[in-house]
Write a protein that binds this ligand. Structure first.
Ligand SMILES: Cc1ncc(COP(=O)(O)O)c(C=O)c1O
Length: 395
């Protein structure tokens, strides 16, 4: 296995461990426990777990380790810890780092569950959180303090697709000794290199593009050995948010094809965004790959010009038009995942972000007419034709 491999080779072969049968496809070690030859061996393993040793699936498992090693290799990071879901990764990364009295700075444009952790759960445990406009570096500079222990943001926000400058925010955070935690789901592990840009911990909901076919929940926290094994693992293995071996196998197989899938989805997303930019039925077409997007110059450097696989369409006519549009679609499904082979349309204001107050929705641009559209692997011309007829029906 070589660190010099290019991404697509890492995605297919990285982290592979073979059993005594020398299988080609990765094995699913569907076991919670592992047998010790002797009582002395059991005792020794509880003192220190070696590189290829396991004691209990909540602590680690060979299939899960293959997934962790593969994604860490792709990210150019030393290690990773796989979690039961994306939210187990977000909450685990933050709570393993923080204690009562600490201060956190977070972007305010967040997925509803991420916001719940930052706004409600951390406060319950005495952690103070300052929210900033993540795209405004002056707000980050003004908010960090000597007691700031962590900064948190979605590098591309859900669902309004604001893009945050990972390198610049990391520099501001590191100047006060804060740990940079980035939820990188919308940027995807294919287009983003957040660790190289300065993030200390990168999080993915593996439920999204890593699985890519809507089958299983999962998440992962990626970073240095010191942070992953010294800070994250002790918290995760005792609180129980570890990934199951079966789901790790699904994610491993997902990684093999993620590069092809995500590039195809992003190509289609750009074509769709261009086809609907300026459409008479729309207030806004939001896609970071469009030149008109406010952070498009940053997208060119941070994401190699790729705008991701999701776009948001803000329909004229508010909720009624948005619902008419959703109900008229014949190919995309109405659901709330993203990164799937199937195109998925979501109405954030009434689903994923329903919990937010109207004032918060207004501030974040989650308008009644906004529809989030996760572009799948269908033929792009079929998708464009279907979106067009649905927009006509909505008008
Ligand atoms: C930005 C973001 N972070 C985290 C999550 C949570 O992931 P999961 O559903 O796997 O817990 C999601 C989606 O659900 C998301 O969109």
């Amino acid at each position: 296995m070589s660190e010099n491999w290019k991404s697509r080779t890492k995605l297919v072969h990285g982290g592979t461990r073979r059993s005594q049968y020398n299988e080609v496809s990765e094995a699913i070690f569907l076991t919670q426990g592992f047998v010790y030859e002797t009582a002395e061996q059991a005792e020794a393993r509880f003192v220190e777990i070696g590189e290829d040793e396991f004691i209990y699936a909540r602590y680690g498992n060979p299939t899960v380790a293959m997934f962790e090693n593969r994604i860490a290799m792709l990210e150019g990071a030393e290690d990773a810890f796989a979690t039961a879901s994306g939210m187990a990764a977000v909450s685990g990364a933050l709570t393993s780092l923080l204690k009562a009295g600490d201060h956190v700075v977070s972007a305010k444009a967040l997925f509803g569950s991420c916001l719940f952790i930052l706004e409600s759960i951390l406060a319950r445990y005495g952690v103070e959180v300052t929210f900033v406009d993540g795209t405004n570096l002056d707000e980050w500079r003004a908010a960090v303090r000597p007691d700031t222990k962590a900064v948190f943001f979605e590098s591309m926000s859900n669902p309004t697709l604001e893009v945050i400058d990972v390198a610049a925010v990391s520099e501001i955070a590191h100047a006060v000794g804060a740990t940079v935690v980035v939820d990188n789901v919308f940027s995807t592990p294919v287009f983003s290199n957040a660790i190289a840009q300065g993030a200390d911990l990168v999080i993915y909901s593996a439920t999204k593009h890593i699985d890519g076919q809507g089958r299983a929940l999962g998440g992962v926290i990626i970073g240095s050995k010191e942070l992953i094994r010294g800070t994250v693992e002790p918290y995760m293995k005792h609180t129980g948010g570890s990934m199951s071996p079966f789901n790790a196998w699904v994610m491993l197989k997902g990684l093999e094809t993620i590069d092809l899938r995500v590039r195809a989805q992003a190509d289609s997303a750009l074509k769709i965004a261009k086809a609907f930019e300026g459409h008479a039925g729309l207030e806004r077409t939001i896609y970071p790959g469009l030149e008109a997007h406010a952070q498009n110059p940053l997208v060119q450097t941070q994401l190699d010009g790729y705008g991701g696989t999701v776009l948001s369409l803000d329909l004229k006519g508010g909720k009624e038009a948005a619902f008419n549009f959703l109900n008229a679609l014949t190919i995309p499904v109405i659901s709330n995942n993203l990164g799937d082979a199937k195109s998925i349309a979501t109405h954030p204001a009434t689903t994923t972000h329903q919990r937010l107050s109207d004032a918060q929705k207004d501030e974040l641009g989650i308008t009644p007419g906004l529809v989030r559209f996760s572009v799948g692997l269908e033929d792009v011309d079929d998708l464009i034709a279907d979106l067009k007829q649905a927009l006509t029906a909505a008008a």
